[in-house]
Design a protein around this ligand. Structure first.
Ligand SMILES: C[S@@+](CC[C@H](N)C(=O)[O-])C[C@H]1O[C@@H](n2cnc3c(N)ncnc32)[C@H](O)[C@@H]1O
Length: 346
């Protein structure tokens, strides 16, 4: 993968500047690379959405200082005007404080990993709206995309993952920013995806993002409020999905839903409800194993309910080898397929 392509993908995902894969200064000063950096990262008249100004300023500062350190012959090597002009205007712009910035929603563009490092694949990207700096915002953990969602989206971006949802009626639980559902709707050929969360603010936020991800035909995504343990409201937007058999799905998805042991009984009850009343055959759940005992409680509960539990053999690439949907792997992330009954195991 070209260094610039990876840097651009990380930049639009607002990867912490200190973790960006910055090429050497000798590469950065090449005139063609400088032009590419400007056109693909800083040109305000053609790029949208751009990262927030203070993030752009931090990244450009790193790039310029790396370039300056490798300028050998001031007569021949120079930093191009476009980049210097971007720098001047970024420095001059009034900035939000770090706290204000953390609380604000920013548009983030997530670029999917390229298959086997192929650069010729058409770029697949999803735009979300998030407040990245906060764990809790507006009382929910859902205003940022978590590692488990990026892991699950990376799995779904693979041929094996896509096959699980292609042509299917999909339901996502606790969808948060909606990254996984938006990716399914835009690129994975799902029949429909109902992206649910209990927080109305998250559902409104997802609805606002749908149009940012649409180019032409409307996407088959239906954001809907759903609090586990309550009936799923089949009026409103979901009415058009209801058949004679009621509202039916094939596959359910969930990422980072088991962060608290207290949530486990309700989540298990919800999975049973999906299997028994909504036609769901498989629940694909990705979990960051912050506390293995908590996730073990969930898996044990699945067995007690006679669900079939399969750990899928998908691992996130190490951070330095990732080509998109960048996420840390310092804490292991696992994906499981939970199926309706032992006899439904595959
Ligand atoms: C840690 S976030 C994960 C969000 C997203 N799946 C991701 O990985 O980026 C957990 C999400 O589950 C939702 N959630 C938690 N308990 C819920 C419940 N009882 N009913 C519906 N959603 C719930 C929260 O609102 C939040 O958006």
């Amino acid at each position: 993968m070209s260094d610039i392509h990876k840097l651009v993908a990380q930049y639009f995902q607002l990867v912490d500047p200190q973790h960006l894969a910055l090429p050497d200064g000798a590469v950065l000063v090449q005139p063609s690379v400088q032009t590419a950096l400007y056109e693909r990262m800083f040109n305000e008249s053609t790029l949208s959405p751009l990262p927030p100004a203070n993030y752009r300023e931090r990244v450009l500062k790193l790039i310029l200082s790396r370039m300056e350190n490798s300028l050998k012959d001031p007569e021949e090597d120079e930093i191009q005007d476009d980049l210097m002009n971007s720098w001047s205007s970024l420095v001059a712009q009034p900035k939000a404080s770090a706290l204000e910035q953390a609380q604000k929603l920013s548009h983030i563009k997530y670029i999917a990993p390229t298959s086997a490092g192929e650069l010729n694949d058409p770029e697949r990207s999803v735009i979300t709206s998030e407040s990245r700096g906060l764990i809790l915002s507006a009382g929910t953990t859902g205003f940022r995309t978590w590692e488990a969602a990026l892991h699950q989206a990376s799995f779904l971006a693979s041929a094996v993952g896509e096959a699980l949802v292609h042509g299917k009626r999909v339901l996502e639980l606790g969808a948060g920013t909606g990254l996984v559902s938006l990716f399914c709707a835009r690129y994975l050929g799902v029949q429909s995806v109902v992206a649910t969360d209990r927080e109305l603010a998250l559902i409104d936020n997802m609805r606002a993002c749908v149009s940012l991800n649409q180019s032409g035909a409307s996407l088959p995504i239906y954001p809907a409020v759903w609090e586990w343990g309550t009936p799923l409201d089949t009026t409103g937007d979901l009415a058009e999905l209801v058949s004679d058999a009621g509202l039916q799905f094939d596959v359910a998805l969930g990422a980072d839903l088991v962060y608290d042991a207290d949530l486990v009984p309700l989540l298990l009850k919800t999975v049973r409800d999906l299997f028994e009343n909504y036609g769901v055959e498989h629940f694909i759940i990705s979990a960051t194993l912050r506390n293995e005992d908590t996730f073990r409680t969930f898996l044990t509960g699945c067995e007690t309910n006679s669900f079939a539990v399969d750990m899928l053999p998908f691992e996130s690439a190490p951070t330095e080898d990732q080509t998109g949907f960048f996420h840390t792997t310092s804490i292991p992330i696992r994906t499981y397929c939970i199926s309706r009954s032992m006899s439904g195991a595959h």
